[in-house]
Design a protein around this ligand. Structure first.
Ligand code: ATP
Ligand code: MG
Length: 329
């Protein structure tokens, strides 16, 4: 079986974009692959503003419970916390040594995130190298992610190739797995920008959180940005309407032509009302499962401990090979 690796940062408000773009894809392909899903807490620390130890600890549990509630099956997939496997940090240092700064200076996520922050950490700049370490430690074939992460998978490939060239064949070269539709869900308040966990936590009506109440879901969608036309065709609709159509497509599983025919001649209020219903229908079972699982603290700890053991074995093997090839043994 091919190996899949992916992760989510345990900070901010986990949203419907994370679900449609990443999590649902993990669940969909779960049986086909050998899966490793990480809760990337070291990545969260790259934004110092949000972090407080109590909050981080709570969020790690929340993401773990959400993985399970969304359908990640601990029998089929390894779930673990990044900081529990120290090889991620160690490999990052080694890969830093083969990564030119110029490559990192081109990363659009760094440019976007550093604009939003008053104190930009060295770690935010180095984020892609930590992500490369995550992926390469597990000799990953496929990385299912949203479209925003495409550039980071490309640099991961570049780093792996450069390392292999300098030190001999060590890493498998991974590929991204990105959905054709739904890989870039936009903010409801601002459809020119992607929905994001950090923005969603500070701005109301930006995102739909997977744990949002029905009232909040309704409020966010009903107030979403549209336009003054009645354009329901995917290829012609304005950004805000297109975003809702894409969500509708992903949550209903219906074809674009069916959806276009269904809404033709209708108005945006109708689209919004139906999207509210569909969203609630999709999130209700996830929220129920979440409420059940989050109370079972020792069950969650157990899964994360098993995950840590399994991940550590693979990570240790790769890191030993890396160090041997670099002359560090
Ligand atoms: P942050 O603002 O904290 O970076 P984020 O929403 O980008 O929040 P991440 O933890 O960075 O969340 O990403 C988790 C996964 O969700 C990644 O695979 C990412 O590509 C995917 N993802 C993030 N935002 C979207 C989106 N708007 N649409 C589709 N997929 C997304
Ligand atoms: Mg992100």
């Amino acid at each position: 079986k091919k190996r899949v690796f992916s992760g989510i940062q345990p900070t901010g408000k986990i949203h419907i974009g994370n679900y449609v773009g990443a999590l649902s894809l993990w669940v969909e392909n779960q049986k086909k692959y050998d899966n490793i899903f990480c809760i990337v807490d070291l990545h969260s620390l790259t934004i110092p503003e949000n972090i407080d130890p109590k909050y981080l600890r709570k969020k790690v549990k929340e993401i773990a419970a959400l993985y399970l509630a969304c359908g990640i099956d601990p029998q089929e997939s390894t779930i673990f916390v990044q900081s529990h496997v120290p090889q991620h940090a160690e490999l990052t240092w080694l890969l830093n040594c083969v990564t030119p700064m110029g490559w990192l200076q081109r990363m659009t996520q760094f440019k976007d995130k550093s604009k939003k922050s008053d104190s930009v950490s060295t770690a935010l700049f180095d984020y892609p190298v930590l992500m490369a370490s995550d992926i390469l430690l597990y000799q990953t074939d496929l990385v299912p992610v949203g479209e925003d992460q495409k550039q980071h998978i490309e640099i991961t490939r570049d780093i792996a190739q450069r390392f292999n060239h300098l030190y001999g064949d060590t890493f498998k070269i991974p590929k991204e797995l990105i959905k054709k539709s739904g890989a870039r869900i936009m903010g409801f308040d601002d459809p020119e920008n992607k929905m994001s966990k950090s923005t969603g936590e500070i701005k109301a009506r930006h995102s739909i959180g997977l744990l949002d109440s029905k009232a909040d879901i309704k409020n966010t969608i009903m107030k979403a940005t549209t336009d003054s036309n009645r354009e329901f065709r995917f290829d012609h609709a304005s950004a805000g309407v297109k975003n809702m159509l894409v969500l509708y497509e992903n949550l209903s599983g219906k074809s674009r032509s069916k959806i276009e025919a269904h809404f033709a001649g209708s108005n945006y209020g109708q689209l919004k009302r139906e999207l509210v219903e569909l969203t609630i229908e999709n999130l209700e079972p996830i929220q129920k499962e979440y409420q059940r699982i989050i109370k079972e603290d020792s069950y969650l700890d157990d899964i994360l401990e098993k995950g840590q053991k399994k991940a550590s074995q693979i990570a240790a093997k790769t890191l030993a090979e890396v160090k041997k090839n670099m002359g560090l043994n």
